[in-house]
Design a protein around this ligand. Structure first.
Ligand SMILES: Cc1cc2nc3c(=O)[nH]c(=O)nc-3n(C[C@H](O)[C@H](O)[C@H](O)COP(=O)(O)OP(=O)(O)OC[C@H]3O[C@@H](n4cnc5c(N)ncnc54)[C@H](O)[C@@H]3O)c2cc1C
Length: 463
């Protein structure tokens, strides 16, 4: 059987492509190598606690995930983060220090909290304050996030603000990350104002009351469940994709399938393997996009035995102070509908070093760190561990040019599309957008060819 559209990878990128295709009447075949779809989005429930094993929310400022959720009829399930109680701590000398208010990432927009914080020395505060006098420069070539921030605010603000914040989102190293790809907004402010602080102060205050992060009452697994009917899902490991006259043949678990259009929505390393024989240069470029590994550990406690006041949303650990834990979210404070009143859940985010530890050793190491940082002695009543090897793409210096070349090669192979967190954003909203864009291009090609499939619904084309 020849499929009109075949999607490889059942994470949010592939499922979004499937949704927008099926909405236009093109019901795709989706091949996913794991027994469950969703990729790194996985929700489980333990003792009434909703546990996010991968992402726990998405940026409300980027519209694509929320648009998809509304289309799926889940608008009434959307909840926002409790921003009124958002206090984040940074670990300094082993203890929790409140992050100063008014930071846009590490860019200060309020003077007093920076002046008062014990997180930075006086020399670091003066260094940060003098940044406001910088003059605009012409556009610079891509640099590392580290070089960019060192130039603006100095080493200490990287150590105790930027690095832990970036590690909490990307799990990566600022010395490797591309500033053009990761902090594009700040590069623009540098070009226009010279000073990031002056640039940030000149920006209009965000309007509206929507929360910084959004999620679903029952967890992001609800989104995956709602997307499931969009495709004909089959568990299979795709080994290779080859071109045929007018389309492709795809080998999965030793069997061949044919398709007019193929969306490769896997991590870049898997895409490199799958596409190696089809286009070696493309495969080589994809293989050069590095990924980081992370582990999430949720610890559940009885509130009656819990010995910390938990005032805020959690803490981040700078590299200088880090053992295994990068950050810890105090789940019930960050989102409602997650933790029953008589329970407490801490969600720890750990790096690659935690990967080889046995479950018991991992829980032991995390508890020892929590004891040191929070003074926590309480015994958890459950733990839940999720290991995510090579799951988060790192946009290293030169990422934009690499992706531009990847896209040039892909454009020359009609019917082939890429989507996923390796290209234009690692967050869920960007992954939804890339999946939607792949679907839109497929639909456009059917229209151009005048071959609208049976059941085609032009009025429902994605915007
Ligand atoms: C721990 C963690 C926390 C995160 N937190 C957030 C957050 O709070 N907010 C946010 O917006 N983003 C967050 N992210 C990032 C975001 O969740 C991911 O970038 C996004 O979900 C990736 O989706 P994807 O579909 O591109 O890839 P994936 O979810 O990795 O899915 C790719 C799928 O392809 C399958 N596959 C691979 N190779 C093959 C093959 N050969 N054949 C068949 N199938 C194959 C894989 O099994 C997988 O299911 C987080 C990521 C992680 C790991």
């Amino acid at each position: 059987m020849r499929h009109k559209a075949l999607i490889i990878g059942g994470g949010i990128s592939g499922l979004s492509a499937a949704y927008y295709l099926s909405k236009a009447g093109i019901h795709p075949r989706l091949l996913e190598r794991k027994p469950r779809i969703g990729g790194v989005i996985q929700t489980s429930v333990r003792q009434g606690c909703v546990l996010e094993e991968g992402p726990d929310g998405f940026l409300g400022a980027k519209p694509w995930a929320l648009n998809l959720i509304r289309e799926l009829g889940l608008a009434d399930q959307v909840i926002g983060s409790n921003d009124h109680s958002r206090i984040t701590y940074i670990v300094k000398k082993g203890k929790l220090v409140r992050m100063p208010e008014g930071l846009m990432m590490m860019v200060p927009t309020k003077l007093m909290p920076i002046a008062a914080t014990p997180l930075l020395s006086w020399s670091a505060k003066i260094r940060m304050g003098l940044e406001i006098f910088r003059k605009p420069k012409c556009a610079q070539p891509d640099r590392s996030v580290y070089d960019f921030l060192l130039d603006h605010y100095g080493q200490e603000s990287i150590d105790y603000l930027a690095e832990p914040l970036l590690a909490g989102v990307y799990g990566g190293d600022p010395r490797e990350m591309s500033v053009n790809s990761v902090l594009a907004r700040f590069v623009d402010l540098e070009t226009r104002y010279g000073s990031l602080t002056r640039g940030a102060l000149a920006q209009p205050r965000p309007k509206g009351t929507s929360s910084f992060l959004q999620t679903l009452k029952g967890g992001l697994g609800q989104l995956i469940e709602a997307l499931c009917p969009s495709a004909d899902v089959k568990q299979a490991n795709v080994e290779t994709v080859e071109q045929t006259p007018g389309g492709f043949r795809v080998r999965a678990d030793g069997s061949w399938l044919e398709a007019d259009h193929v969306v490769v929505a896997t991590p870049a390393g898997d895409a490199a393997n799958i596409l190696e024989s089809l286009q070696p240069e493309l495969s080589h470029l994809l293989a050069g996009i590095p990924y980081t590994t992370s582990v999430t550990l949720s610890l559940g406690y009885r509130k009656a035995t819990f010995d910390h006041p938990l005032n805020g949303h959690g803490f981040l650990v700078p590299k200088k102070e880090r053992k295994y834990i990068f950050g810890c979210t105090w789940v019930g404070n960050k989102f409602n509908h997650r933790v029953p009143d008589d329970m407490v859940v801490l969600r720890c985010f750990l790096g690659a070093d935690a990967m080889p530890l046995s479950d018991g050793a991992l829980v032991g190491a995390a508890r020892a760190e929590l004891r040191g940082i929070m003074g926590l002695e309480a015994e958890p009543v459950f733990h839940n561990i999720a290991r995510w090897p090579d799951s988060m793409a790192q946009y290293t210096v030169g990422h934009e040019q690499r992706v531009a070349r990847i896209e040039e090669i892909v454009r020359a192979i009609p019917g082939l599309y890429l989507a996923g967190n390796a290209y234009h954003g690692i967050g869920i909203p960007d992954c939804v957008r890339m999946g939607q864009e792949a679907a839109t291009r497929i639909i456009a090609r059917f229209e151009q060819a005048g071959h609208e499939p049976a059941g085609y619904k032009p009025a429902l084309r994605p915007a």
